[in-house]
Design a protein around this ligand. Sequence first.
Ligand code: EPU
Length: 296
Amino acid sequence: MNFSEGYIARLAEYGECRIEEIGQRTSFGIGGRAICFYPSSIVALKGAISALSDRPYAVAGGLSNVLCGDGDLATTLVFLRGSEFERMAKEGDAWYIGAGVRVSHLLHRCLDLGLSGFEFAVGLPARVGGLARMNATFRGEGIETIIAGAVVLTPQGEVKTLLGDELGISYRKTSFVGNVVLGIYARLTPCDPLVLRSRMKENVAFRKAKQAWGDRSAGCVFKNPSPEMPAGRLIDQCGLKGVRCGGAEVSAKHANFIVNKGGATAADVETLISLIITQVKERTGVTLEEEVIRIR
Ligand code: EPU
């Protein structure tokens, strides 16, 4: 693909914009080249919305729950970095946390300040905007248990604060898909840092024991059709653990993870996803729905 120099130059008026290899930046270790845009501020991002809209665009969090295509991507990736997007401050009863805040950094701040709420996210190579967008949860806790509001930028360039029911939070879903999440308001509670540390350790131990920890993956590939029917169990029952397409493999540890065993391409993962969907449908009658977001 020929990336348009005019488009890049127009975005560069609002921040940094360049073509980058993004494969190694994704948790999967998969992906080709993309136009990457780093708006310098919220006002700059507002200004850039109309220029950005000439192509599809997606806000990149930690690139940890996505499958990026192998070649040149038609989608522009927007990275929310810098002081405005990585701000964390107490506002009234809640904490405002910018979408660009990295989970590891956030958890260090929570330990320093003695604040509980985000222990569920320990170990995720994610950013707060991505956690919010996916309504990430872990063992009964997650975004839905702490979120009080979200500040979003609409495709029309309007900054809005969504509160309570306007958030439309349900399993792996929110009402703000289609908007850029700029930050969230979270209810964090005071907690002894020693207690926080031990909860985080326990959550890491759980992930290490039960999930594809240490392998390159994008987390769970499919949504659970229902709490009683987890996708991992269905895939496991179909005998698909260890099945491989090129460098992509159904994890032997947890069947709802696809892992990159080395040199996997997006095409390998897509073939494996199709195979899983077909086999699970044939053998159980259930149609699995993808959780991983594809960026092409
Ligand atoms: N199971 C199997 N075989 C497997 C995997 C799981 O039989 O290969 C069985 C387990 O024994 C258990 C059931 O399936 O009885 C559920 O498994 P698990 O407890 O691992 O939870 P899950 O439903 O597969 C969900 C989230 C995870 C989250 C964990 C822990 C989804 C799609 N996944 O997994 O989120 O970390 O609960 O709370 O909702 C993610 O979204 O990326 C993710 C990893």
